[in-house]
Design a protein around this ligand. Structure first.
Ligand code: FMN
Length: 181
């Protein structure tokens, strides 16, 4: 099984990049987990849709080969980040080549605030409806007070949060296997 991890933050010591590193450590070794740096993508421009930039084509290929996606989504202004929305917009175009169509996905978020980014998760779920993504519903992994759960380099060091993430990954694998049958 191949799982693509996407972080909606480009920050060097991003908590969300840290979530993806933790996921790599926590996933069973027979799962092929890989990431794509969304910072490589240009801003979406529909004029470029017919002849997509090379980086976009690489991103779409990376998404296409994945059985499942792990979205590590920061909450910006109670929604998803522009970085993530930009990537989703590229991935969904043109309409007959939405590379997320029918994929299974899980969402994890973290925030320095008390809500752990859960509002962004609900916005992302709304976007999933249009993309026809099958979302893992439980558990919901939204890590609050992230500055206490990650170290200075953005590594997830909180044991309880790591356990929660592992449960989410197990649920992602289980739903992907179920839908592949
Ligand atoms: C533009 C911007 C908007 C933000 N809005 C929210 C918000 O609405 N809710 C929240 O809990 N945190 C908000 N934050 C704080 C982020 O959750 C926090 O910076 C988090 O660390 C971002 O993830 P990262 O560490 O992966 O960069 C915001 C941060 C930025 C930069």
């Amino acid at each position: 099984m191949q799982i693509l991890g996407l972080s909606g933050s480009l920050r060097k010591h991003s908590f969300h990049a840290g979530i993806l590193r933790a996921a790599k450590e926590l996933l069973p070794k027979d799962i092929d987990f890989y990431t794509f740096d969304l910072g490589k993508l240009p801003l979406f421009n529909q004029d470029l849709e017919v002849n997509m930039p090379r980086e976009v084509q690489e991103f779409k290929s990376a998404a296409r080969k994945a059985d499942a996606i792990l979205f590590a989504s920061p909450e910006y202004n109670h929604s998803i980040s522009g970085v993530l929305k930009n990537a989703i917009d590229w991935a969904s175009r043109p309409p007959n080549d939405n590379v997320f169509d029918g994929k299974v996905a899980a969402i994890a978020s973290a925030s320095t605030g008390a809500f752990g980014g859960i509002r962004a998760q609900y916005h992302l779920r709304q976007v999933f409806v249009y993309l026809d993504i099958h979302a893992v519903n439980r558990p919901q992994i939204a890590i609050p007070f992230a500055d206490q759960k990650f170290d200075k380099e953005g590594n997830l060091i909180d044991e309880k949060a790591r356990e929660g993430l592992k449960e989410l990954l197990n649920a992602l694998i289980a739903l992907t296997s179920k839908l592949k049958k």
